[in-house]
Design a protein around this ligand. Structure first.
Ligand SMILES: N[C@@H](CCC(=O)N[C@@H](CS)C(=O)NCC(=O)O)C(=O)O
Length: 218
């Protein structure tokens, strides 16, 4: 049987791609992968052939495709249930926090886009909305960390942590200041072997999106 095949965007920029990559790696599921540079004709041509919405990530299972970071993660969790917390209330909450990230926090995504090649300097102007969203995000993190005692949101690493790892990288590359408890959590996410592998792949890429941020913010 052919292995699951994961179609991804640039490691440097594609936060949606990073999430199922971290999940499949942590799960120890065997798969193959290919990367496509975002915002190029090649991306549009190649990815549309296999991904129903023309988006990455997409997981090809034989001649069928699951295209969505959360859906791919759920597919993995059916094979490896420990990707979600064992306790059913914690599991519900982990799905809630992953769901919040999957469906919300637009100002954070818009104004602090993931760029693993950025040199850790603050963005000149950030809206009040972004700070309000960071505060909301920290309410979720605080609730989970206090309940579980850490070090990950629900004690052991789970899909919820995979969903917030790109955020931790955004906070680092845009030098967002956090209280020690949340800084420690972000540092822990960014020290995980799966993230370090992804970061190394990003450093090896020579695909750069020139106008990723306006020039005065670059
Ligand atoms: N909800 C989707 C979002 C996927 C998504 O927006 N992917 C972006 C890349 S990070 C994409 O494929 N963009 C294609 C394009 O901009 O043409 C998921 O969770 O996978």
């Amino acid at each position: 049987m052919t292995k699951p095949h994961l179609i991804l965007g640039n490691a440097r920029y594609s936060s949606w791609s990073m999430r199922p990559y971290l999940v499949l790696e942590r799960a120890g599921i065997e798969y193959t992968a290919e990367f496509h540079p975002l915002r190029t004709d090649k991306f549009r041509e190649e990815v549309r052939k296999v991904s129903p919405f023309g988006l990455v990530p997409a997981l090809m299972l034989g001649d069928e495709t699951i295209s969505d970071s959360l859906a791919i993660s759920e597919w993995a969790a059916e094979k490896v249930p420990s990707l979600w917390p064992k306790d059913e209330v914690a599991r519900g909450m982990a799905r809630m926090l992953a769901g919040q990230m999957h469906a919300g926090f637009q100002p954070i995504r818009r104004e602090l886009p993931m760029d693993l090649g950025r040199d850790h300097k603050p963005r000149k102007a950030l809206s009040d909305e972004v700070f309000a969203e960071i505060a909301r995000m920290k309410i979720g993190w605080g609730m989970a960390l206090h309940r579980s005692g850490g070090p990950f949101l629900f004690g052991d690493w789970s899909i919820a942590d995979a969903f917030y790892t790109p955020v931790a990288s955004r906070f680092r590359t845009f030098a967002i200041e956090l209280e020690p408890e949340f800084q420690d959590y972000c540092d822990l996410l960014l020290a995980q072997p799966e993230f370090l592998k992804w970061e190394a792949m990003a450093a090896d890429e020579d695909w750069v999106i020139e106008d990723y941020l306006p020039p005065d913010e670059a």
